[in-house]
Write a protein that binds this ligand. Structure first.
Ligand code: ZN
Ligand code: ZN
Length: 248
């Protein structure tokens, strides 16, 4: 299916949003709700092959379905697959910020429409969508957890069950981007916990962790480790945008 047709169909259910429709990134008036203006669209870097089969990092050449990057070969991550729709740039940042700080809640649906195609049809019956939790102070001040909003839209779109209380954040963590890898792991370790009945809910299921932005991967990796320990048969991470590693 050509990309333009896919996106037209993907966004049809969003037609009931307030008129006039505006670009999801810059707010310019556009023809269809939930779409991007031509200028924004032309700058989006969608992520795709060739990439590491596990962590999804860009690789220079196609190396087949089992091709892993050096980092995943050296230290296998606690998840089976991590994917994001686009490289974090002006559009990825604008959509995420307008949702989180501008309270444009419908943008969670725009993100979900793009993220849904990264959940293979054949995996949906066994899967669970698990949003990365926010600390309750953050939910009180913001009023919502953007990852949970995205997961709910994804659940409606794909039919995959959504588990918003399977993981919880037990303490607030400061921004991680200025810390080195070891400090980040130390900061996030112990910041999350599984629900008491998580083992029964995870057994035999593919847990798909949902977040808006993959920055350092430390938070998602800590959550993935817990889901794996909780007995999930498979653990995946699915984000809207991914910040490239230095040198990518
Ligand atoms: Zn735009
Ligand atoms: Zn990798």
């Amino acid at each position: 299916m050509p990309a333009a047709v896919f996106f037209e169909r993907a966004f049809q259910p969003l037609l009931d949003y307030a008129l006039p429709p505006r670009c999801a990134a810059c707010g310019t008036i556009v023809a269809q709700p939930g779409t991007f203006c031509a200028d924004c669209w032309s700058t989006i870097a969608f992520l795709g092959e060739p990439m590491c089969a596990c962590c999804g990092v860009d690789l220079p050449t196609v190396i087949g379905p089992d091709g892993l990057c050096g980092a995943c070969l050296a230290t296998p991550p606690p998840y089976d697959r991590a994917r994001a729709v686009l490289r974090y740039g002006d559009v990825g940042r604008a959509v995420a910020h307008r949702l989180k700080y501008g309270r444009r809640l419908s943008l969670a649906g725009v993100m979900a429409a793009h993220m849904a195609r990264l959940i293979p049809e054949e995996e949906r019956a066994q899967a669970l969508l698990v949003p990365v939790p926010l600390h309750r102070w953050r939910i009180w001040s913001r009023g919502f957890n953007q990852a949970a909003l995205i997961a709910r839209h994804l659940g409606k779109r794909t039919g995959v069950a959504v588990e918003v209380d399977l993981l919880r954040r037990t303490r607030h963590t400061p921004p991680l981007h200025s810390l080195d890898a070891r400090e980040r792991m130390r900061t996030v370790s112990g910041a999350f916990a599984l629900a008491r009945d998580a083992q029964a809910r995870l057994r035999g299921r593919a847990a798909i962790l949902i977040d808006d932005i993959w920055t350092t991967g430390a938070t998602a990796t800590a959550c993935a480790r817990l889901l794996r320990r909780g007995g999930a048969a498979r653990v995946e991470i699915l984000c809207w945008a991914r910040v490239p590693r230095p040198g990518d």
